[in-house]
Design a protein around this ligand. Structure first.
Ligand code: CA
Length: 679
C-alpha cells in the first residue's frame, strides 16, 4: 500500500484510495460493542490454544470450531448454494472452555455452504464465514465445505520449492495477476486469471515472449503477487464486466481471490487453480511471494472478525473507537493473542497448503515486533529459505507504542525480516510526495549518501555519512538480506512516468538513460533488489499515480513494448544475469561488505563509485569497479590503478570485456553506469 513518510495527511488520502472504501471516521464507544463485563478488557478474553479452529471435514462428519468468547449463542447456517436460496438447516454450536464453540455435523457435508452467526446482548449479528474458513463461494459471503486433498492438481505432492542458497540471491518481481495477461497482445488464453500464469509459449503478435515466458527470460527469482487472497472490491458475480482493483481490502484471508479463478461460485476451483499456478511457477524455477494485508480489513463493523468477536481483533483509540493506522478505517491488533495466533496460523497455512515461499507484509509497521518475529521463527522452522519482508511504516498514528512497531528503523529488532528502503527509492528519483522533485539519476545533487546507503543495503559502513542520508540518520539493516532495494513499485508513478513529470524537457533517449541508471543501481546494490513488473518494458500508467482501481487499459502490461523497447529489456535481462553470475553483488553479511566494499573519494557531486575487492563472496573476479554518473554531462573521474576490463557501459553488458582501461582516469558518459573488473 501507499507509503507514508512524514506527511500523514497526504498519506491518509493516498492510502484511503487503495482501501476500496473511504476511510470512515472512528466510531464512538457507544457504537462499538465492547466486552460485556464492564471491568473486562479485550486482553482478558480467554485464549484458545488448540490448533483446530475452522472446519475439519471427513465424509462421516464435519467438525466446526469457532472462537467467540463474547457470544451468548452461536449458530451455523447451512446452504446449498454460494449465494441466494434458503437456509437448508440451522445448527446451534455448543459452548466449550477457552471461548470455544463447537459443532459436529454427521454425514457427508461436502460442497455445502455455511455461515456463522453469534448472538450478543440478545441480538443476532450478521452471518459471516469464520476467519479460518478455507473455501468460500461468490464474493466470499459463505464458506464452503471442501476436502482440500481433492483440490490438489496432479503431481502436487511432488511440488518443491526451487533452490535458494541465500536471501541476497533473490530478485523480486512485483506483479498483479490481472496486469500480466489482460492485454489482447499477451496472447494468453486465461486473461486476468491465476491460470494465465501457467501458460508457456505465449507470444505477442511479433513473436516475442509474453507472460510467464517473458518473466523467465528476464531472469528474476521470485514472483511477488499483489493481494491474491479473497478481497472485497471486485464483484465476483459480474466478471463479464471489466473490473480492476489492487486488492488491498481483505475479506477472507485464507482463501484465494475469486475473480482470478474461472469459477468463483465453486470454492474448490480457485483453490485448485491457485495451486496450479504455484506448481507451474515452481516447475519453472520461480518462487512465489504473497502480498499479505493483515493490518486491516476491507470493511470494519461488518467484517468477519468484527461480526464474530466485536472489537477484539482491532485496536481502539482513546475514546474506544477503531484506531486507524492503516488509513482504511481500522487497524488490527497483532499484539492481542488471538489476532497474533490467527496471523501465525494463516501464514503457516499458506505455506503448507499452497507451498508459498515468502510474504510481503503490507503496512508492517502496524504489526508488533514480537508477532513478526514469531512469524519469522515459525516459517523458518518449516523452511529456512522462506523470505519475509514488509513496509516498515504505517499510514497513520497507532496506539501501539513506536518501539513495539515493526518499523523500518526497528529492523535491527526483527529476526530475518526485511524492510523496503525508501531511502534509496527516493534518493534515486526524488520524494514520492513531491512529483517534480528530482533525484540522483534525474538531476538532483545532494543525494549521493542516500545512493551509497542503498549500495550497502542500509547496513553499517564506515564511509557513509548517515546524517546526510535522506530519511535515515543511522543504518537500519543489521544484515544486507534485511534491506529491499527498489526505485518503483505498484504505488505511485511508474519509474518512466515519474521521470517524465520531474524532467519534462528530457527526450525519450534521455529518459531511458535515467531509467536504466536507476535500475542499474538497484540491481548492482547489496541487499535484495525488487522490480515493479513491466519496468523492464518502460512501463507507463499514462501518468496516473494511484491506479488501485483504474481501468485495465491503465494497469495492464502492454506487450507491444517488448518490441518497442527491446534494447531496454535486453539490458535489464543481462543486468540480472550479471548479478546472478557474480556473488560480489550479493554479499551475505555486513562484515563481508565492510571488508570488501570501498567507496571512491569522488569530490564532485552526483558521482558515486566504489570497488569490491578480493574475490568478494567467492566471486571469480578479483576486483570490481562500479561507477555512476547522475549528471547530465560526461565527467572524468580518477580511478584506482588498472588495468581494468570494462564489462558494462552505455547499457551494453559483456563479461568477456567491452574495452580495456589502463589510464588513471576515465570519462563517464552523462547519466550512466560503468562496471569494470580484474580477474
Ligand atoms: Ca473477492
Amino acid at each position: 500500500m501507499y507509503f507514508p513518510k512524514t506527511n500523514f495527511l497526504l498519506l491518509l488520502l493516498a492510502c484511503c484510495w487503495a482501501c476500496g472504501e473511504p476511510a470512515s471516521a472512528p466510531t464512538t464507544s457507544a457504537e462499538q460493542p465492547n466486552p460485556t463485563n464492564m471491568n473486562m478488557t479485550y486482553d482478558d478474553y480467554p485464549v484458545y490454544v488448540g490448533q483446530d479452529l475452522g472446519l475439519r471435514y471427513r465424509p462421516e462428519a464435519s467438525d466446526f470450531r469457532l472462537w467467540a468468547p463474547s457470544a451468548e449463542a452461536v449458530r451455523l447456517q447451512l446452504y446449498e448454494t454460494a449465494t441466494g436460496g434458503t437456509t437448508l438447516s440451522s445448527h446451534p454450536l455448543e459452548k466449550a472452555p477457552q471461548g470455544l464453540w463447537k459443532l459436529q455435523l454427521p454425514g457427508d457435508q461436502l460442497a455445502k455452504y455455511y455461515t456463522f452467526q453469534v448472538q450478543i446482548a440478545g441480538e443476532w449479528l450478521a452471518e459471516v464465514p469464520d476467519p479460518y474458513a478455507v473455501a468460500v463461494g461468490t464474493n466470499g459471503q459463505r464458506a464452503m465445505v471442501v476436502d482440500l486433498a481433492q483440490t490438489n492438481p496432479p503431481g502436487w505432492e511432488k511440488d518443491q520449492r526451487p533452490p535458494l542458497a541465500h536471501p541476497t540471491d533473490i530478485v523480486l518481481y512485483e506483479l498483479h495477476v490481472r496486469d500480466l495477461s489482460l492485454h489482447d497482445n499477451s496472447g494468453i488464453q486465461n486473461q486476468g486469471k491465476f491460470l494465465g500464469l501457467t501458460e508457456r509459449g505465449t507470444q505477442n503478435p511479433s513473436g516475442q515472449a509474453t507472460g510467464l515466458d517473458h518473466i523467465l527470460d528476464l531472469g528474476v527469482t521470485h514472483v511477488h503477487l499483489l493481494p491474491s487472497f479473497d478481497y472485497l472490491s471486485v464483484d465476483e458475480s459480474r466478471l463479464d464486466e471489466p473490473q480492476f482493483n489492487w486488492g488491498y481490502d481483505p475479506q477472507n484471508y485464507n482463501i484465494p481471490e475469486g475473480s482470478y479463478s474461472t469459477d468463483p461460485a465453486d470454492g474448490r476451483v480457485r483453490i485448485r487453480e491457485f495451486k496450479q499456478m504455484v506448481q507451474t511457477l515452481h516447475e519453472n524455477g520461480l518462487r512465489v511471494i504473497l502480498d499479505v494485508v493483515y493490518n486491516h480489513t476491507g470493511i470494519t463493523e461488518g467484517s468477519n472478525f468484527n461480526q464474530l468477536v466485536p472489537g477484539y481483533y482491532y485496536r481502539q483509540d482513546t475514546s474506544g473507537g477503531f484506531s486507524n493506522a492503516s488509513a482504511c478505517g481500522n487497524e488490527t491488533a497483532s499484539d492481542r493473542d488471538m489476532m497474533r495466533k490467527f496471523m501465525l496460523e494463516s501464514v503457516e497455512y499458506w505455506v503448507r497448503e499452497y507451498h508459498i515461499d515468502g510474504f510481503r507484509f503490507d503496512l508492517m509497521g502496524i504489526h508488533d515486533i514480537e508477532t513478526m518475529n514469531r512469524i519469522s521463527e515459525r516459517l523458518a522452522a518449516i523452511d529456512s529459505t522462506i523470505f519475509v519482508y514488509g513496509e516498515g511504516w504505517t499510514a497513520g498514528a497507532s496506539p501501539l507504542p513506536a518501539e513495539r512497531q515493526a518499523l523500518k528503523r526497528n529492523t535491527r529488532h526483527l529476526q530475518s525480516v526485511a524492510a523496503f528502503s525508501d531511502d534509496l527509492r527516493d534518493g534515486l528519483k526524488g520524494s514520492v510526495f513531491e512529483h517534480r522533485e528530482r533525484g540522483f539519476v534525474s538531476g538532483q545533487e545532494g543525494r549521493d549518501e542516500s545512493i551509497k546507503f542503498g549500495i550497502v543495503a542500509a547496513t553499517e559502513h564506515p564511509q557513509i555519512d548517515y546524517p546526510a542520508v535522506n530519511y535515515s540518520d543511522a543504518y537500519w539493516a543489521p544484515q544486507p538480506s534485511q534491506c529491499i532495494n527498489y526505485v518503483s513499485c505498484h504505488d505511485n508513478h511508474t519509474l518512466l512516468d515519474r521521470l517524465m513529470i520531474s524532467n519534462p524537457e528530457a527526450d525519450e533517449a534521455e529518459l531511458i538513460r535515467m531509467h536504466t541508471l536507476a535500475q542499474t543501481i538497484v540491481l548492482t546494490s547489496q541487499g535484495v533488489p525488487f522490480l515493479h513488473a513491466g519496468t523492464e518494458l518502460l512501463r507507463t500508467k499514462e501518468g496516473e499515480e494511484n491506479s488501485y482501481k483504474s481501468p485495465d487499459t491503465i494497469n495492464r502490461l502492454d506487450w507491444s513494448r517488448r518490441d518497442r523497447y527491446a534494447g531496454v529489456f535486453d539490458y535489464y535481462r543481462q543486468l540480472i544475469q550479471l548479478r546472478k553470475n557474480h556473488p560480489a553483488f550479493r554479499m551475505r553479511s555486513t562484515p563481508m561488505i565492510q571488508q570488501h566494499l570501498e567507496f571512491l573519494d569522488l569530490v564532485e557531486p552526483q558521482l558515486v563509485g566504489y570497488t569490491i575487492r578480493d574475490h568478494a563472496n567467492g566471486d571469480d573476479w578479483s576486483d570490481i569497479l562500479v561507477l555512476f554518473n547522475g549528471r547530465a554531462e560526461a565527467r572524468k573521474v580518477p580511478i584506482p590503478t588498472g588495468p581494468w576490463t570494462v564489462v558494462l557501459q552505455e547499457n551494453a553488458v559483456n563479461e568477456a570485456g567491452l574495452a580495456r582501461v589502463t589510464a588513471a582516469e576515465l570519462e563517464l558518459p552523462r547519466q550512466s553506469a560503468m562496471i569494470l573488473m580484474k580477474r
